[in-house]
Design a protein around this ligand. Structure first.
Ligand code: ATP
Ligand code: LTN
Length: 337
């Protein structure tokens, strides 16, 4: 049975298998996953149940699930050290999701900005799952007694809700859930769209607005050259007045570890063309090793299958124990195997 190492804290995060993972997903979340794998017990889930809050083509969803798992592995996550699995294969997510629905207020969910954005984007399908999406996310996190959640800034509001739900449940039943904290990157917590730099880069937006983790160097360079900037020539960090340039600076800083001041000093006054090419180079350098690994791993279907099976078993054994406790606390019939 999966045991949490006494001294290690636990991490959980999830990514939806919708479309192509972007540079935003990488800088905001994925890149931090591997950094923490030695100090924490980590679970990383491909949250396919969240993905179906928006209508998906079944064959493409299945492919996107495997693609996402291969990207997790290609970005350096060791499947021995980390539990990597598909959310829908551990049924306790749905079970706890329902229970937590009964501890969440309509008003709280109505305030969620992601719900408002997605409802506007999918006005023909504002389903109840889209509304209760953050409760399923809270269930994902609380099911594993998570201490830390590496996410981008767009998920902060959802994490706050997960904390509120945990505190509310604990206030009624005693200390059942660990109350999780967010873990955000210092630069690049919100990578913006290349075409509309006041909106976040999103994998469900049109192709030219994002860099995909799997984009080839020539595509990356082309997208960068077309990225929206402004009409002066200064490379200075000023997100309010120069959102496009500031976004590119933040991307470069996040990927190279150089400060915004150093980047400004090097590129200010040399023209946006030179700067954009340099940003493209930093992206290519960061993504190329992942892409090479991806090509190797994604060809090995048997390996992906074995990671999927062992991830599911390990996650399920933790989830099962949490649900025994939760069911008992709430007064649901005991599970007899
Ligand atoms: P979708 O467009 O399908 O809603 P998404 O691109 O927002 O998807 P998710 O699967 O919802 O991606 O997010 C996975 C992780 O990536 C989350 O932790 C999220 O905060 C992070 N993330 C997503 N977009 C960005 C971004 N533009 N900048 C930084 N982090 C991001
Ligand atoms: N809601 C997140 C994806 C997600 C997640 C999670 C992230 C689902 N469950 C649990 C962290 C922890 C998103 O839309 N980006």
């Amino acid at each position: 049975m999966e045991q949490q190492t006494a001294s290690k804290k636990r991490i959980f995060s999830g990514i939806q298998p919708t479309g192509n993972l972007t540079l935003g997903n990488y800088i905001g979340a994925l890149r931090n996953f591997g950094v923490l794998q030695n100090e924490y017990d980590c679970l990383y889930s491909i949250v396919d149940m969240h993905a179906i809050t928006v209508r998906q083509d079944p064959a493409e969803l299945r492919r996107a699930c495997l693609r996402t798992m291969a990207i997790f592995l290609a970005s350096g996550l060791d499947p021995e050290k980390n539990i990597i699995y598909f959310q829908s294969q551990v049924s306790q997510h749905a079970e706890l999701g329902w229970i937590l629905d009964c501890f969440t207020y309509m008003g709280e969910l109505q305030r969620m900005t992601q719900f408002k954005d997605k409802s506007a984007k999918h006005a023909d399908n504002i389903n109840a799952g889209l509304f209760t999406y953050p409760v399923l996310m809270a269930a994902d996190i609380l099911l594993y007694m998570t201490d830390l959640v590496p996410i981008g800034a767009d998920q902060k509001q959802h994490l706050e809700l997960a904390r509120d739900i945990a505190l509310r449940f604990n206030a009624v039943y005693g200390d059942v859930f660990t109350v999780p904290e967010g873990y955000f990157p210092k630069v690049g917590a919100r990578v913006m769209s290349l075409q509309e730099p006041t909106r976040k880069m999103s994998k469900s937006d049109p192709e030219e607005t994002y860099i995909a983790i799997l984009d080839k160097p020539d595509v990356i360079r082309k997208k960068l050259r077309r990225a929206v900037t402004d009409s002066d020539t200064h490379v200075v960090f000023d997100p309010e007045n120069k959102p496009g340039v500031s976004n590119l600076m933040a991307i470069m800083s996040a990927l190279t570890g150089r400060s915004l001041d150093v980047i400004s000093a090097e590129y200010d006054g040399r023209g946006y063309g030179v700067f954009k090419d340099a940003v493209a180079d930093s992206i290519v350098a960061a993504l190329e090793p992942i892409q090479n690994e991806y090509d190797r791993i994604s060809a090995d279907k048997a390996y992906l299958e074995s990671v999927m099976v062992s991830g599911r078993e390990r996650a399920a054994s933790i989830a099962y124990r949490t649900m025994l406790k939760v069911r008992k606390k709430v007064g649901l019939a005991a599970l007899k195997l």
